[in-house]
Write a protein that binds this ligand. Structure first.
Ligand code: 13P
Length: 256
């Protein structure tokens, strides 16, 4: 059984005080809603404060990005061992903002995925097409490229630990959510692809989150889909009440 996983990606938002308050409120929900794994990915400078608030609770914490090298002359970057040392369990890799604003390539992201495992972190691998790619019926080709590159060279044991986040770029921060049917179709495609890259048992184990304008009033329908195992939530994860509702709606959809 895949445990549903709902994670907030705070992006470059919050300040120290609001980050701690949000972490405390989210940790409380994580404790209450047992059947769902709940995560938060705060800005790097607030990781320590958020990890302190999460300590002793079920809330798991993720980095928003990392470099693939263990350390060295990479001004402004954060290394996997640093995230691990602080107490992070996960790291988001290949987010569309990293791919499209900062020019990260599939090759670079693949190196980071391998580095995450080397340094004891689980990757949340983001994949997804841009609007013009969807309009040109390239969705499956783009997602295939992202997933194939992201899983390249991973053992079956490692692959089972990857969380995939399908985030259509046109749905991120736009209020334009993919319909549950559109999202389910791509999630099923990813699972089929994992079956061909590995096997059906592995594909059945990998958790696939949906991301892109997830809110309290649409997460039930999204997570009611059989291949949608959770959500990676941007803007709506910044309000404690709304994020709590997203989590309880996800739990209701999965009947946990
Ligand atoms: P929004 O929920 O703000 O659309 O962002 C989604 C996202 O990019 C999460 O990683």
């Amino acid at each position: 059984m895949r445990k549903p996983f709902i994670c907030g990606n705070w992006k470059m938002n919050t300040d120290r005080k609001s980050a701690v308050a949000l972490a405390q409120a989210t940790a409380k929900v994580a404790q209450e809603v047992k059947g769902v794994e709940v995560g938060a990915a705060p800005p790097a400078c607030y990781l320590e404060a958020v990890l302190a608030a999460a300590r002793g609770t079920a809330l798991v914490v993720a980095g928003q990005n990392m470099h693939n090298e263990a350390g060295g002359a990479f001004t402004g970057e954060i290394a996997g061992p640093m995230l691990k040392d602080l107490g992070c369990l996960y790291v988001i890799l290949g987010h569309s903002e990293r791919r499209h604003i900062f020019g990260e390539t599939d090759e670079f992201i693949s190196k980071k995925v391998h580095a995450a495992f080397k340094f004891g972190l689980k990757p949340i691998l983001c994949v997804g097409e841009k609007l013009e790619e969807r309009q040109a019926t390239q969705t499956e080709a783009v997602v295939r490229r992202h997933v194939t590159a992201g899983f390249a060279g991973l053992s079956k044991e490692q692959a089972a630990q990857v969380v995939v986040a399908y985030e259509p770029v046109w749905a991120i921060g736009t209020g334009l959510t993919a319909t549950p049917q559109q999202a389910q179709a791509v999630h099923a495609f990813i699972r089929k692809l994992l079956t061909s890259l590995y096997d059906a048992a592995l594909a059945a184990e990998v958790r696939i989150q949906y991301g892109g304008s997830v809110k309290a009033d649409n997460n039930f329908d999204l997570m009611s889909q059989p291949d949608i195992d959770g959500a990676l939530v941007g803007g709506a994860s910044l309000k404690a009440d709304g994020f709590a509702k997203i989590i309880t709606e996800g739990a209701r959809a999965k009947k946990v």
